[in-house]
Design a protein around this ligand. Structure first.
Ligand SMILES: *[C@@H]1O[C@H](CO)[C@@H](O)[C@H](O)[C@H]1NC(C)=O
Ligand SMILES: *[C@@H]1O[C@H](CO)[C@@H](O)[C@H](O)[C@H]1NC(C)=O
Ligand SMILES: *[C@@H]1O[C@H](CO)[C@@H](O)[C@H](O)[C@H]1NC(C)=O
Length: 209
């Protein structure tokens, strides 16, 4: 009798922990490269991303590519503490200023639903990921899927699905080459063309949905 009780208690713990694992905490400073599939423009953008939650700032910039002649490449500097963000044309240094959105730490939303734990890669070279979504349990209404590595909580994928059936508004991002910390803090230095710019936009820039 006692044995069965312990067994059931242990099973209960196992089931609840299998359903909803502990939410990991994303490193407060990291850098990554991102391959972003933009279905609306039918292209893959390669981006370098610098994330500094300690100082509430981010840098996002297009990796220059010789394969897309004529395309413009931009660097965005987002400074939430200073309430300003800049968009800099990487070829001309032309700089546009805009207000920022309120800062949000990257992480697992408090009301997110655990989806799956799985192994990426194959035997001898693999990593365990945990996937979360914003769906209400047992309903198929998810708009966001986001995955993190099990042990150190690095972001690996983010899929933002469009409402309705229109896939063209969806964006998928793959994070790779992640490094903890910021190797070169000068990425956050605002270029002089921004300090005297006359180009001011009223709305924050849309970097991704
Ligand atoms: C600089 O950016 C502003 C705002 O985006 C734009 O209106 C202007 O045409 C740009 N100037 C040049 C020389 O590219
Ligand atoms: C989670 O919270 C966000 C923001 O408060 C809300 O928009 C969303 O509907 C919530 N999702 C669920 C599954 O409760
Ligand atoms: C989907 O979005 C595209 C681009 O925004 C638009 O041209 C198209 O009409 C939309 N299709 C539907 C079914 O809403």
């Amino acid at each position: 009798m006692k044995g069965a009780f312990f067994f059931l208690a242990a099973l209960g713990c196992y089931l609840s922990s299998a359903q909803e694992p502990k939410r990991c905490i994303v490193p407060s400073q990291f850098q990554a490269r991102i391959a972003q599939l933009d279905y609306a423009r039918n292209e893959v953008n390669r981006i370098a991303f610098f994330y500094d939650a300690v100082n509430k700032r981010e840098v996002v910039y297009d990796e220059l590519s010789e394969f897309t002649p004529g395309r413009r490449f931009y660097k965005y500097i987002i400074l939430a503490n200073e309430k300003v963000e800049y968009k800099i044309d990487l070829k001309t240094n032309n700089c546009t200023k805009a207000p920022v959105r309120p800062w949000r730490d990257i992480g697992i939303p408090p009301n997110a639903t655990f989806v799956n734990e799985y192994t990426l890669g194959g035997p001898g070279e693999n990593v365990i990921l945990q996937e979360w979504s914003d769906s209400v349990p047992l309903r198929r209404n998810a708009r966001l899927f986001i995955s993190f590595t099990l042990n150190n909580c690095y972001l690996t994928n983010e899929d933002v699905l469009a409402g309705g059936a229109n896939i063209t508004d969806s964006v998928s991002s793959r994070f790779y080459d992640l490094v903890e910390g910021i190797e070169n803090p000068t990425v956050f230095v605002v270029p002089s063309s921004c300090l005297k710019t006359t180009h001011v936009q009223r709305e924050p820039f849309t970097l991704w949905p």
